[in-house]
Design a protein. Sequence first.
Length: 696
Amino acid sequence: MNKRIVEIIKCLLNTYNDGEYTIKYFSKLYNVSERTVRNDFTSINDILSSNNLKKISFGSNGKIICENDFKEIEKYIQEDDFYLYKLSKEERKLIASSLLINATEYITLSAISEYLVVSRATIISDLDSIKNYLIDNNLKVISHSNKGLRVEGLESDKRKLLLKIAEYNWSFDYTKSNKVLCIQSGNSVIIQKIINEQEHVHGFYLTDNSFNKILTYLRIMIQRNQQGEYIEYIKECKSDKYRMAQDILKYISQYCDNVTSENEIIFLTNLLEECKFIKRILNESRMVKIQILTRRFIEGISEDIGINLNNDYDFYENLSNHVESIFRNKQLELNPNKDVDDLINKNVDVFNAVQSNIKTFESCMDRSISENEMKYIVIHICAAIERSKNKDVSLHVILACHAGVGTSQLLLARLKNHFNFKIVDIISSHDIKNIKKDSADLIITTVDIKNSPIEFVKVSSLFNDEDYIRVGSKIDSLRRNMKLPVREEKKEVTARSIVGKLRNVIYDNVKENADEVMDLIKKEVYSYFKIVNNENDVDVFYPSLHHLLSEKYIEVDVECSDWIDSIKKSADILLKKGYIEEKYIYAMINNIVENGPYIIISPGFAMPHEGVDMGTIKMGMSLIRLKTPVIYDDEYEPIEFVCCLSAVDHKSHLKAFFNLVNMLSEKDFKNEMREAKTAKKLAEVIEKYEYKTNGL
């Protein structure tokens, strides 16, 4: 809405049912074409329609006819509207800067002057201060004689400046204006609830100013993401706010139809680090416990439904994160909808298996898990089932997205993790009409498609577990209708796949400076493929089990008097090498006293641990093989292997732990560990089985 539209509405409100105004009257009044005035009335009718009011109509000679309820529009025209203020030069500079940053193409000085309701000469006079302001904030203005102006710079710097502009002490209440900065999107009420919920879940309580800062930033982020603009690659940070940032963005993605990425999470983490908190409560002591229980739960589910889901790492990671939110005694507002209920009805056996195995979690909680919460666990399981069924199916796929290529690239990364699709094209939504019948087998789209010559499935931009299920169901439908082509595709060779293959070779053989060598290899491979590092090309390295349990972290035939002594001696390796503090050892012992022997992850094998705030310094593992097994609990076999874990966050140890549990299910693995004569031989057994069992 511009100033002229506001004035037209106010004129009509004075005599809205007299019919004395015409299109020609307003055309002469504002010295604009009648077509421009008609466009203004289209905007006014949009306001009326969106608020369930009757639209303006036109009689003979262009007479304007307002219905009786037109006066209700006054509720939506604020007295403190942006256009009723005379902006200062400083305010013009800030708003013009935000316009330049948010422009998807070049923007002209005339467009800026019209937006600010000032003359073009005024904007020309302001231009130097605008450019200098942007330069001071690490951004650069590019001029083009025929196109106008645009801003270049890092996306992170653009968002920091937009946040600074939004937090400026404006002379008007821009939050109530109908136009203002136009730098924020998303439902603020929903976003506030998400932030507030995650404050309680993670025990970090923001001050009012910091809360508003995060709220404002998230709305800026959504706006930028909707424009196809994403944070550039940012080096991983070590912060206890990471999980809070991750969970906030997970629910933003779910409820605000927004795409997130690792770099977005890291940027929000850094922003949270800058915030002030009125209270800090950190409770990570159950973290590894939940991950262990999740493994047991998956084993039980796999046995009950007759499908082996133990090797799906993404399923394990996603489910353990989901269960952790349940463990925090916070009932998340996960309201089942028709799609969820339909899924449950089609997978009664899975729901029954969840009900049978849910005691694995409830035995360590002070409340029962609701039926609603179990339904969402079923979603994770069904998604894993679909991935296991269809990972070898080869289809030619087109990705279509309302937000263009940027969002499609994020969907592509998720799809390639679990499907053997050949992506033949990535298009924007407006190109769907040009698709030919034989150009692909399936379209995966985030927008509605009508009269498509090719089978399609609609998914959300987030591409969550529900979407894996939709894609799997579509593949099943193609199978049933004999529309699934028989095709053997050559595996795509990418920079990422090559770097992934080389990673373990480097870390296995380069004992010193492995990180530096990997950086050099990445640089050369990316240069060869002529690509730039981004979140889809760069993986954070999380060590495998044999990287952690090398010879110097293993001892064999250790004499232990009882289970407490076995924990002390397994932890002593990490203590001497500076991975843990001494208090961590006693915290592990107390953990078992209070919570029982859940740390027994396989017959004869225990993994003692505690929370990240109980004395851990570096992530690591140490393993001892006992000369004589000791009893941890009368209900369990005597323990002959004790593997001490020092975890520093939720994720960095997860791959090694996941691989270890899979290896322990191999019947010969423990036998060969028993037969190893030295720590070196035992380390070799671990490496051999890790490659064999987990396909490294």
